[in-house]
Design a protein. Structure first.
Length: 234
């Protein structure tokens, strides 16, 4: 499993979108100058090689009217000409180097394109973060269904050499309090670890219950990152 170095030393996890779009997810990339982004129907994430010093002049050309583009960086970033900041927040990046499986008997099923409408409906209800019509193509997603209804899911989002992000942790309000998030995150994490990769994820620092769930599986806090969403300026 790839080692996560101290945050001060710098690793691909400090700029995960760039390393995904120049690595395993390069086939999803749209380019404009030195800026890259995921296709909008896959994810809103954009990147440059060094957000601390590189020009974001290419970003406006990758954000369509009514659409958004998002930067994940170790430093705050300013809006380039033609864009404005729609949202800015800090997120906690966590990585799992000492996986502790959480084995509970649940019939988890791989989710497919046929499940996308139900996945989008669950995302709309629970707001786990960006998820679009083709996000499912970024990696493997697992779900739990009851009476044919999708009640919980989690999957893989960004992939970079040696690392895969766990994302879209969703549990229907009627199914909360049953440990389903821990079950699903553990299952997805186990698949990543089995490939010899390090799982990582992002969570808002004030989401204490989610952080406790991830820590129980073996995730530890790595560093704070800045998450900035841009839209066209009027």
């Amino acid at each position: 499993m790839t080692s996560v170095h101290d945050a001060s030393s710098g690793t691909p996890l400090d700029n995960p979108v760039w390393h995904a779009l120049t690595g395993p997810h390069a086939h999803f990339a749209w380019l404009n100058g030195d800026t890259r982004r995921y296709r909008p129907d896959v994810a809103p994430f954009c990147a440059v090689a060094d957000p601390a010093s590189d020009d974001l002049a290419g970003l406006p050309g990758l954000v369509s009217p009514g659409g958004t583009g998002a930067i994940v960086a170790t430093v705050p970033v300013m809006a380039p000409s033609g864009l404005r900041i729609a949202m800015a927040a800090e997120v906690l990046q966590m990585a799992c180097e000492s996986f502790r499986p959480h084995d509970v008997a649940h019939d988890l099923v791989p989710l497919t394109d046929a499940d996308v409408p139900d996945m989008l409906a669950l995302v709309e209800l629970t707001h786990p973060g960006p998820f679009a019509a083709r996000t499912i193509e970024m990696g493997r997603y697992l779900g739990l269904k009851r009476e044919g209804k999708l009640v919980a899911m989690t999957g893989e989002r960004m992939r970079l050499a040696g690392f895969t992000e766990v994302s879209a942790v969703c549990v229907h309000p009627d199914a909360r309090g049953q440990g389903l998030a821990k079950v699903l995150v553990s299952a997805v994490t186990q698949n990543i670890v089995a490939r010899g990769e390090t799982p990582f994820l992002h969570v808002y620092p004030d989401n204490v219950p989610a952080i406790a769930t991830y820590e129980a599986i073996g995730f530890t806090a790595r560093r704070q990152l800045h998450f900035t969403v841009f839209e066209k300026a009027e």
